[in-house]
Design a protein around this ligand. Structure first.
Ligand code: ZN
Length: 80
């Protein structure tokens, strides 16, 4: 697994979360996320942001949400 894999995975993350990728890409990205904790973390953050954006409607700035989600994740990591 190299840097290129990470770049590709992160590049496709939104499409992956939105289920806009063909099945073989989904498999590939999914595999990478499982084996690469930093990308998996990024995936979780973005998934959470997407859920919050969907719940809050389009009027909330994703940047604000991202900050909030990151703060939540940092706080939960502090427990371990
Ligand atoms: Zn990666």
């Amino acid at each position: 697994m190299g840097k290129a894999d990470c770049e590709e995975a992160l590049d496709r993350l939104f499409e992956y979360i939105d289920h806009e990728l063909p099945e073989d890409e989904v498999q590939r990205i999914g595999q990478h996320l499982k084996s690469c904790p930093p990308c998996e973390t990024e995936h979780k953050i973005n998934e959470k942001i997407k859920r919050l954006v969907n719940a809050a409607g389009s009027e909330v700035a994703p940047d604000d949400l991202r900050e909030r989600v990151l703060a939540t994740i940092r706080a939960s990591h502090a427990d371990h």
